[in-house]
Design a protein around this ligand. Structure first.
Ligand code: PMM
Length: 266
């Protein structure tokens, strides 16, 4: 099994729950992205719209105003970029500015034009699972089976729209209308998601459910160590990438996992 890629996060938003407001200035966001790349991120994920519960939808023009200069600045520095958006026009403009991957938390459902844009540009596409939008807490029987089956149905639609299957990466959408219990079940049974053969991306970084393993009132940065542990355990389940805020922590954890694996095969 190979070491997963690390996707570093740069949110150019005033209100993302863990780094909102920190990288609103274009230069700060570019510096942050360049640092994450130096620290070992294979991709820097740039987002302009917060997806936290209760966040109001952003005007796509404002979204593009936030992200495009950052993407262009990172592309100029040869930093591989992904665009975190559910809007087809933003995805198209981001690809034009140099983005190599589209990361869509709606899995292509929010904008009927998304699949076409991605298919035409021949870029990679992360299809994340998010049932019902932020305000609904759906009922699940077996969350792992249902998330997997719903993602595989997205694959059918996306490939029918012309996206090559090898460019599709699936993401169970930890914390997106899912309880802590749902998230832990998904993580504990990740092999069921990697088994169909698509790349899998995991975004656990700094999410609220990590508070389950920390003392009450712990600051958000205390979630970086649990995040790194999850990165190593996800590596053992064969994921394609992990999306994190703290790149050095996850890189260290992945090096430990890699050395451990080498030890097994000698
Ligand atoms: N989580 C967030 C935003 N974008 N994209 C993918 N593919 N997977 C995720 O889990 C995910 C995402 C929310 O976290 P943030 O506000 O810290 O970026």
């Amino acid at each position: 099994m190979s070491v997963p890629r690390v996707m570093g996060v740069v949110n150019v938003t005033p209100d993302s729950f863990s780094d909102g407001g920190r990288y609103l200035r274009v230069d700060d966001a570019i510096e942050r992205g360049a640092l994450l790349f130096e620290q070992g991120a294979a991709l820097v994920d740039v987002g302009g719209e917060s997806t936290r519960p209760g966040a109001t939808r952003l005007d796509p023009e404002e979204e593009r105003r936030r992200v495009l200069p950052v993407i262009a600045g990172l592309a100029e520095r040869r930093v591989p970029v992904s665009i975190d958006t559910v809007n087809a026009a933003t995805a198209a403009a981001a690809i034009g500015a140099g983005a190599a991957l589209v990361n869509d938390v709606s899995g292509g459902l929010a904008d009927p034009g998304m699949a076409r844009v991605v298919a035409d540009a021949e870029v990679h596409f992360v299809a994340m699972h998010w049932r019902g939008g932020a305000s609904v807490q759906p009922e699940y029987g077996d969350v792992v089976v249902e998330v997997r089956d719903e993602l595989l149905r997205r694959v059918d639609d996306l490939t029918a729209a012309g996206i090559a299957p090898e460019r599709i990466i699936l993401d169970p959408g930890l914390g997106f209308a899912k309880t802590g219990e749902h998230n832990w079940q998904i993580l504990g049974r990740l092999e069921e998601l990697t088994r169909p053969g698509f790349g899998v991306l995991i975004g656990a970084s700094r999410k609220r459910f990590l508070g389950d393993v920390l003392p009450d009132g712990s600051p958000i940065t205390d979630r970086d160590l649990p995040t790194a542990v999850i990165s190593a355990l996800a590596a053992a389940s064969g994921v394609w990438a992990v999306r994190v805020h703290d790149v050095p922590g996850t890189r260290a954890a992945l090096r430990v996992w890699d050395a451990w694996e080498q030890g097994r095969s000698r």
